[in-house]
Write a protein that binds this ligand. Structure first.
Ligand SMILES: Cc1ncc(COP(=O)(O)O)c(C=O)c1O
Length: 395
C-alpha cells in the first residue's frame, strides 16, 4: 500500500466534539468516558480527499436552494456498479432514497406488507432490521444461521419450515452484518428459489457490498437471473464504503415494474426526489473518484482483521474471531469464557475499557458474542485487543 494512505489510516483525525455517536456518546452508552468505542459501524478514517474537495467546492457557492439529481450523479452510480462490480444495470431500474438504507427498508415494509404479516430475518441480525419488523407490528420470524467450522451458514431446512401462508418478506443482509459472511452465489440461488416458490419478496440490504477483504466476489441479489428469483430489491449505499454515513444516501435497484412505480410514487409523495446537495455531491465524488482510496482502505482493514485473528489465536484462544470475508466488523465468540454473557459485557466495559456491540442485540443467538468494529488505526486496535487480553486471560 502506498505510504500516504498508510499514514492517513494510521493517524485518523480526533472525532471528539463532532457529535459522533462513536466518540461523543460514551457517557450515555457506557456511563464513563474512558472506553475505546468499537460498537457503531462507521470508520475513524478521513474520507477520500476527492470528497472533501467536492464538498468544499459546493459549500463555496453560498446558496443551498432546492436541488435535483443530475444525470452525472446517476451515471456515477451506474459506472460504479459496472466497473467495480462488473454489473451492468439499467438506469430505469434505479431509485434514489436520500434518507438512507434503513429508512428505505422501513418504507418497503409498509408498502409490501400488512400488520400481522410475517417477515423473515436470518439471525444474528443487524438490530434495526428486527426492530423495524416489530415496531411496524409485523411478526418477526427468525431463521438462525448455523455455525459450522467457525463459519456461519444459512440453515435452509429451518428456513423452509419457518415459512407460512402469512410470510411476505425476507429482509436479507449481504454481506452479512454482524458475521462478515460474503454469501456464495449458490447460497443466494437457494434463497432465491425458496422465496420465489413461496411468493416472498426479498429486500437485500447490501450496504457492505464494496467492503470485501478476502478477494471474494460479491453477487448482488438482483443480479441473479430474473427467472431464478422472486420480486426483489437490492439496496446499496456509499455510506459504509466511503465513511459518509451522516451524508445519508441509498440507491434501490429493482426490475419489477409495478413495485418500481410504487417506490417512485412514495419517493415523489414524500418529496424525496429533492436531493440533499451535500449528500449528492459526496456520493457522486466518491463513486467517481474514490477507488484508489478504497483499495488502500481494504488492504488496511484486511491487516487489521488478520491481526485480530493472530492475536487471539496466539494469546487468548478462548475468544475466537468468527470467519468472515467482508465488512469491517469482527464477530467475536466468547462462548469458551467461563462467565455469563452479562459478566463478560460488564468486564469488557469496566475492566478492559473497550466498548463492543452487545451480541444479544443481534438476537438470542448472540449470547456470548460481541461485535468489534476494526475500522480504526492499527495502534488503537492493538491497544483494545491487549486490554481485552489482560482481563480475559484468566477465564
Ligand atoms: C446492514 C446494514 N444496513 C444498513 C445500515 C445503515 O444504513 P443507512 O445509514 O444507509 O440507513 C447499516 C449500518 O450499520 C448496516 O450495517
Amino acid at each position: 500500500m502506498n505510504k500516504p494512505y498508510i499514514s492517513l489510516f494510521d493517524n485518523p483525525p480526533n472525532r471528539k466534539g463532532t457529535n459522533t455517536f462513536k466518540w461523543d456518546f460514551n457517557h450515555v452508552k457506557y456511563g464513563r468516558e474512558d472506553v475505546i468505542p468499537m460498537w457503531i459501524a462507521d470508520m475513524d478514517f478521513a474520507v477520500p480527499q476527492v470528497i472533501t474537495q467536492a464538498l468544499a467546492k459546493r459549500i463555496k457557492h453560498p446558496v443551498y436552494g432546492y436541488s435535483y439529481r443530475s444525470e452525472d450523479y446517476v451515471d456515477a452510480i451506474v459506472n460504479w456498479l459496472a466497473q467495480y462490480h462488473d454489473w451492468p444495470v439499467n438506469k430505469k431500474h434505479l431509485a434514489f432514497y436520500p434518507p438512507g438504507t434503513v429508512s428505505a427498508i422501513n418504507m418497503l415494509i409498509n408498502q409490501l406488507t400488512e400488520i400481522g404479516d410475517e417477515i423473515l430475518v436470518f439471525t444474528p441480525s443487524y438490530p434495526p432490521l428486527m426492530k423495524m419488523v416489530n415496531e411496524n407490528q409485523r411478526i418477526l420470524v427468525e431463521s438462525p444461521l448455523i455455525k459450522i467450522d467457525n463459519e456461519y451458514q444459512m440453515d435452509f431446512e429451518n428456513f423452509r419450515t419457518s415459512i407460512s401462508s402469512k410470510t411476505r418478506l425476507l429482509l436479507f443482509c449481504s454481506p452479512h452484518n454482524p458475521t462478515g459472511r460474503v454469501w456464495r452465489e449458490e447460497e443466494l440461488l437457494e434463497v432465491a428459489t425458496i422465496c420465489r416458490d413461496n411468493n416472498i419478496v426479498v429486500i437485500s440490504d447490501e450496504v457492505h457490498a464494496d467492503l470485501l477483504l478476502a478477494g471474494k466476489k460479491h453477487t448482488h441479489f438482483n443480479r441473479l437471473a430474473a427467472h431464478l428469483r422472486p420480486t426483489s430489491v437490492t439496496i446499496i449505499s456509499p455510506g459504509k464504503t466511503f465513511n459518509i454515513a451522516a451524508l445519508s444516501q441509498s440507491t434501490l435497484i429493482c426490475d419489477n415494474k409495478a413495485l418500481m412505480q410504487n417506490i417512485q410514487r412514495q419517493i415523489s409523495t414524500a418529496h424525496l426526489s429533492l436531493d440533499n446537495a451535500f449528500s449528492a455531491t459526496a456520493t457522486q465524488a466518491a463513486y467517481s473518484h474514490g477507488l484508489d482510496w478504497l483499495n488502500a482502505l481494504l488492504d488496511y482493514l484486511k491487516t487489521n482483521r488478520e491481526f485480530i485473528h493472530e492475536f487471539l489465536s496466539a494469546n487468548l484462544p478462548k475468544v475466537v474471531l468468527v470467519s468472515g470475508q467482508g465488512t469491517y466488523l469482527a464477530w467475536l465468540d466468547f462462548s469458551a469464557i467461563r462467565l455469563s454473557h452479562e459478566d463478560i459485557y460488564q468486564k469488557l466495559i469496566k475492566q478492559a475499557g473497550v466498548g463492543l456491540y452487545n451480541g444479544l442485540e443481534f438476537g438470542d443467538c448472540g449470547e456470548k458474542f460481541f461485535r468489534l468494529n476494526f475500522a480504526c488505526s492499527h495502534e488503537l486496535l492493538k491497544k483494545a485487543m491487549y486490554q481485552i487480553y489482560q482481563v480475559f486471560r484468566e477465564f
